[in-house]
Design a binder for this molecule. Structure first.
Ligand SMILES: Cc1cc2nc3c(=O)[nH]c(=O)nc-3n(C[C@H](O)[C@H](O)[C@H](O)COP(=O)(O)OP(=O)(O)OC[C@H]3O[C@@H](n4cnc5c(N)ncnc54)[C@H](O)[C@@H]3O)c2cc1C
Length: 208
């Protein structure tokens, strides 16, 4: 929906994998399997994969893939009127359009390791303990990768030493909630507008 709106406002949507970013004649080039895209300004918003592009430019930012799992109960037989956090085991259960979903866990296993769905399946027993009426017969497992930095804050702003190249990644557990504000900040920065908040906590070189 957002992509459609952006296109109606004049944006061009290109679906491609960027293999490399490089500066050339005052522009940033993004090399893809469909050829190179160029722009005076570029925003790296590739989540936990952002450093695969930035390390090639010599940048060192301690971004980790903090993997999380969820288990969807597709025919739960029960519903919740609001999300519930099981504080002891640190997971959240919510009623969704597609059923009841329990999500949580933090696994540091890098970007490439195969999912360990035992971490999702354990949520069945724990959710059943909280909701004894829950039907466990039809479940679906999922693993996702949170882009996480040591202080749990994102990197937002121009990358030091790389004029025109901007960071917008590292939103850890809150990327969906923080996306609108990050989008606004990045739009201001690339337009040359100084944001009305202190951007220093989000600098990419704060770990140096
Ligand atoms: C179990 C779980 C539950 C969560 N619950 C919540 C929640 O309740 N609320 C909340 O706010 N957040 C939640 N999060 C966190 C949220 O999902 C992340 O913070 C968010 O997805 C980060 O957004 P992003 O756009 O930076 O990265 P991503 O969503 O990972 O998107 C990055 C995109 O970049 C693409 N990409 C990567 N490399 C390249 C490349 N070289 N070329 C082209 N494209 C590339 C990827 O394919 C991907 O589409 C949860 C995460 C997990 C795992």
């Amino acid at each position: 929906m957002l992509a459609e709106k952006a296109q109606r406002m004049g944006a061009t949507l290109v679906r491609a994998t960027v293999s490399r970013l490089r500066p050339e004649d005052g522009l940033w080039m993004a090399e893809t399997e469909q050829g190179a895209l160029s722009s005076g300004m570029m925003v790296v918003a590739a989540g936990a994969w952002s450093m695969t592009l930035l390390e090639q430019l010599g940048l060192r930012i301690p971004l980790e893939a903090e993997r999380g799992y969820h288990l969807l109960f597709r025919d739960p037989g029960v519903a919740l009127s609001h999300s519930v956090m099981e504080a002891e085991s640190k997971f959240v259960t919510s009623s969704m359009e597609m059923g009841v979903r329990s999500a949580g866990t933090a696994e540091f296993a890098g970007l490439d390791a195969p999912p360990n769905y035992r971490r999702a399946r354990v949520l069945a027993r724990l959710t059943k303990r909280m909701m004894p009426e829950l039907n466990l017969s039809d479940t679906q497992e999922w693993m996702g990768v949170r882009p996480t930095l040591p202080d749990s804050l994102p990197c937002i702003g121009e990358l030091p030493g790389h004029p025109g190249l901007f960071a917008a990644f590292g939103h850890s557990h809150y990327g969906l909630s923080m996306a609108p504000q990050t989008g606004r900040l990045v739009a201001e920065l690339v337009s040359g507008i100084t944001p009305n908040i202190d951007m220093r906590p989000y600098r990419a070189d704060r770990f140096n």
